[in-house]
Ligand binder design. Structure first.
Ligand code: ACO
Length: 336
């Protein structure tokens, strides 16, 4: 058995900044309400006239990560793409990356685990590298939420939270078993699927285009729904559990955490976790104020930014943790 490590990091954010004040021109909301409840000041939404899509942004982040790892695209053995907003219903976004980057005909796997998607993808890559099957795996998290959001007052409970963006890492073989990704922990609880979802009675067996073709102005089933308070309450419990699980598995204490990078769901959730674990401000990384919640992209973007800011150093214990729709949640503990 080998170990695995993150050998390269990259991210891409669309240029178009949408502030809270911009949103208040589209719907009945305010900068004050959004900042107080979520910590978000602005987010990036793709310019619909640009060429950016989930896979295009993923490619931009991926190129940066591969170059950061001092590798070339031909060194990549496998692609794992986490997203809830793929370019197409099928095929998945992973094959788009293989094509756009003109890569060898390596395998491409899509992971559909929403906000926990990156942790699930990272854990999957970790297993393939640990068993020796692959040496270098490209793991991407990318989301284009903005076109699917309801930008009227009806959708304000969801649409103010989400942003577009992409992050990527390369997971590579590490010969030293005391370093790299030490453990990952994954969970799900499908009974709460409907609390944060696009669960249309027909979607999946019926095509979105059919729903739109039906042309019912009151049709809402294809719009995202979130039971915000229920999600919040479950998130704080599951975040805590899965961070503890990672610490216990590795015989570590909260004081050993150099940096916790939580999925950027909501600043209040991160602050709650920080308080619960009695972590200092410099032990928790947040960038939600700039980008909103970018779902599967949030952890790799945050990790890349933290690394760029020299907040991640050799031998540091880094904890990644996520919770999201499904419900699914997970964590990864890394000795950098
Ligand atoms: N602007 C102004 N008012 C709003 C807005 C808005 N954008 N959204 C909702 N409101 C109103 C509601 O209509 C409601 O009005 P009413 O009292 O007249 O009925 C009032 O504000 C309170 O609404 P709540 O939903 O109870 O507000 P809450 O304090 O729960 O905050 C929020 C909502 C921010 C969504 C919160 O519940 C939350 O953060 N939940 C966690 C959600 C989350 O983090 N999701 C992401 C994690 S999972 C993932 O990333 C996929």
């Amino acid at each position: 058995m080998y170990n695995s490590k993150i050998s390269g990091l990259g991210f891409y954010l669309p240029e178009n900044i949408v502030t809270n004040d911009d949103l208040s021109k589209m719907m009945d909301t305010s900068d004050e309400w959004i900042r107080e409840r979520t910590g978000i000041k602005e987010r990036r939404w793709i310019d619909r006239t640009s060429k950016d899509t989930t896979s295009v942004m993923g490619v931009k982040a991926a190129k940066m990560a591969i170059s950061d790892a001092n590798l070339t695209k031909d060194d990549i053995d496998f692609i794992i793409f986490a997203t809830l907003s793929p370019d197409y219903f099928f095929p998945g976004a992973g094959v788009m990356v293989q094509d756009m980057m003109d890569m060898n005909t390596v395998g491409a796997l899509d992971v559909r685990n929403q906000c926990s998607g990156f942790i699930y993808a990272l854990s999957t890559a970790d297993q393939f590298v640990k068993t020796g099957m692959y040496k270098n795996i490209l793991v991407i998290g990318s989301e284009t939420h903005s076109p699917g959001l309801d930008k009227t007052t009806r959708g304000r409970g969801v649409s103010v939270i989400f942003g577009d963006g992409a992050g990527a890492v390369v997971v590579s073989r590490e010969e030293d078993n005391s370093k790299g990704i030490l453990s990952t922990h994954l969970h799900s609880q499908g009974e709460h699927a409907k609390e944060l979802s696009v669960i249309s009675p027909g979607l999946g067996t019926r095509w979105v285009s059919d729903i739109i073709k039906d042309n019912d102005p009151n049709e809402e089933s294809y719009l995202p729904y979130m039971n915000g308070q229920f999600v919040f309450k479950n998130a704080v419990v599951r975040f805590s559990e899965v961070i503890n699980e990672a610490l216990e598995k590795n015989n570590l204490k909260k004081d050993d955490i150099k940096l916790l990078i939580p999925h950027q769901a909501n600043l209040r959730i991160a602050q709650f976790i920080q308080k619960k674990f009695k972590l200092e401000d410099n032990q928790v990384f947040n960038n939600i104020s700039k980008y909103g919640n970018t779902t599967a992209a949030s952890i790799p973007i945050a990790l890349a930014e933290a690394h760029k800011a020299n907040l991640v150093q050799k031998n540091d214990i880094i904890v990644l943790a996520a919770f999201g729709s499904g419900f699914t949640w997970g964590s990864a503990l890394i000795r950098w």
